[in-house]
Design a protein around this ligand. Structure first.
Ligand SMILES: Nc1ncnc2c1ncn2[C@@H]1O[C@H](COP(=O)(O)OP(=O)(O)OP(=O)(O)O)[C@@H](O)[C@H]1O
Ligand SMILES: [Mg+2]
Length: 248
């Protein structure tokens, strides 16, 4: 079950990957969080891994290394992490086919895999999309003036919807960094579901607990499990679990 997480820069993709991986691991699934953002990797930091000794980058540099040897395990949830190495992001040219070959080798072991994609249309990662079953598009609706929301949604959602259609994968939307559950949020959900036929599976509030948890190096779901953001991740996880159950 490979799920790619897409969205514009800085909307919260890596945060979503880290917390959904933790959710599924806590629910007992063998889960892998995979850093597909090989040019600017940072999934490692979300799990408090400062400088991964073994990483996707070291696997690419030395194909004789075992993939399992490069997988970290998050202590409080059991989630597995195949991290990128931030210090090698700028010098290594990792091919999309290499990422795909790594995923092929791990997909049998991990029934649930979340992939953190690079921002925008992840052209480098398209080969990963061929293997994915689902796409979660993270949107930050407060980036556009309210009057421009329809146009903003048209362009953002359509861009990723096209990817989903091209690769025949189911697309879901998550709204992130929502402040004060703005009055417009309900109509945005309706707009997305009615106009694009894409389900909005979660609304994550803007929550200082997330900022703090990233600074601490522990996903909010285990760092502050009773925070509003953690509760939002739990509901998204429950919903997705229902969707995935047909396939796991
Ligand atoms: N719900 C939230 N509430 C408050 N802050 C948040 C929330 N979600 C994410 N953030 C903040 O936004 C920043 C960006 O999040 P994140 O790194 O997950 O985004 P990204 O989409 O992966 O970014 P990039 O495109 O750079 O990979 C983080 O530093 C985090 O503190
Ligand atoms: Mg990121």
């Amino acid at each position: 079950m490979i799920t790619v997480i897409t969205g514009a820069g800085g909307v919260g993709k890596t945060t979503v990957v880290a917390n959904l991986a933790v959710y599924f691991a806590l629910r007992g699934y063998n889960t892998l969080a995979f850093d597909g953002n090989v040019k600017l990797p940072n999934l490692n930091y979300h799990f408090g891994i400062e400088a991964p000794q073994y990483s996707i980058h070291s696997l690419a540099a030395n194909p004789t290394l075992s993939i399992e040897g490069a997988v970290y395990q998050h202590r409080s949830s059991g989630a597995h992490i195949l991290a990128g190495d931030p210090s090698l992001g700028h010098i290594t040219n990792i091919s999309p086919s290499f990422l795909r070959s790594v995923l092929r080798k791990v997909r049998n072991k991990y029934p649930v895999i979340f992939i953190d994609c690079s921002s925008g249309i992840p052209l480098d990662d398209l080969k990963i999309f061929e293997m994915a079953s689902y796409q979660i598009v993270v949107l930050e609706i407060e980036r556009a003036p309210i009057k421009s929301l329809p146009m903003f949604l048209e362009s953002e959602v359509q861009t990723f919807e096209a990817l989903g259609l091209r690769f025949n994968i189911d697309t879901f939307v998550v709204l992130n960094k929502v402040r004060n559950l703005m009055k417009t949020t309900g109509s945005v959900v309706e707009y997305i579901e009615d106009n694009f036929g894409i389900p909005v599976i979660g609304i994550i509030p803007y929550d200082g607990a997330i900022v703090e948890s990233i600074q601490f190096g522990e996903p909010v779901l285990t760092y502050l499990p009773r925070s509003k953001a953690a509760n939002a991740f739990k509901s998204i996880g429950e919903l997705l679990e229902g969707v995935f159950e047909e396939h796991i």
